[in-house]
Write a protein that binds this ligand. Structure first.
Ligand code: ATP
Ligand code: MG
Length: 265
């Protein structure tokens, strides 16, 4: 296994607050990796700095062997790291098909000159984009909404539209900021299934999320932050047994966690 994303010694302070105080971790190609931690532990700061939406004070970010430290967001997106936002950003007046076409256009190599003259390059780009959109729509389970305005979809379905849009340019990794926050609990499973299908199809994800059950079900590996530092890292099972994580994150002692598990059994 090889790391597609590797971050080392990330540092970021906001007027004296050490939001990131030397954080290092890796995301394996083909994995779903979770980034969890209590409020204010530095999760959002970490993904904002990695994706170029915040400036780092120190550290290094390497994507598929390329040093992308300090690059601006659109450069990082072109290099293959896409992200979604906690609040959905899609074109609600446009259909799912059009949302995906626009997402592809931002990155395709055809220029307006190609478009005007309907060159071979333009036709190839459109064909490739339609093929990708068709595959993604099935993987997120929204085939029957393909031609419909996305504004009518549920909040969870809109999150799936944003996810598919992020995947249109064939990124190397997609970073998801709280993919199930604000989603009706009855629909969380749809997002879980979509991410599993996409991952089986080869996509790599780094997920920031407060919903521990969701992270536990999906993630091959989990990184736990606390006060700007990495507190623990391992499989979901390992993290659940870690007394530091239970105390810091779940606010439980190991005895309480065990009692809870016995109660659930
Ligand atoms: N723009 C900012 N200005 C000043 N301080 C900030 C800013 N953004 C974050 N912080 C501080 O940095 C620390 C880390 O915040 P961050 O938002 O990264 O945490 P988080 O893990 O994403 O928390 P949450 O789970 O609540 O989203 C916190 O102490 C926060 O108050
Ligand atoms: Mg946050």
């Amino acid at each position: 296994m090889s790391a597609i994303l590797s971050v080392a010694d990330l540092r970021k302070a906001y007027s004296g607050v050490h939001a990131l105080d030397g954080v290092s971790f890796e995301v394996e190609a083909g994995s779903i990796t979770g980034l969890i931690g209590p409020n204010g532990s530095g999760k959002s700061t970490a993904i904002d700095c990695i994706s170029g939406f915040q400036k780092l004070d120190g550290g290094k970010v390497v994507l598929a062997g390329n040093d992308i430290t300090g690059k601006v967001a659109h450069h990082i997106a072109r290099a293959g790291l896409m992200r979604t936002f906690q609040t959905v950003r899609i074109y609600e007046r446009l259909s799912l098909r059009d949302n995906l076409a626009i997402a592809a256009q931002q990155f395709d190599p055809a220029t307006w000159v190609d478009e005007f003259f309907r060159t071979r390059r333009y036709r190839d780009a459109v064909e490739a984009s339609e093929k990708r959109a068709n595959a993604l729509v099935d993987l997120i389970g929204l085939r029957k909404y393909y031609e419909i305005e996305t504004g009518i979809l549920s909040y969870g379905q809109k999150k799936l539209v944003a996810l598919a849009a992020a995947l249109m340019p064939h990124p190397k990794i997609v970073v998801l900021d709280e993919p199930v926050a604000g989603v009706n609990p009855s629909r969380i499973r749809e997002i879980e299934v979509a991410l599993q299908q996409l991952n089986r199809a080869g996509e790599t994800f780094l997920i920031v999320e407060h919903n521990v059950e969701f992270i536990t079900t999906l993630c091959h590996r989990v990184i736990v932050l606390e006060q700007g530092r990495k507190l623990a890292e391992g499989t979901a099972a390992e993290i659940h047994k870690d007394s530091r994580v239970l105390e810091a994150y779940l606010g439980m002692t190991p005895e309480m966690a065990e009692a809870e598990m016995r109660g659930a059994a």
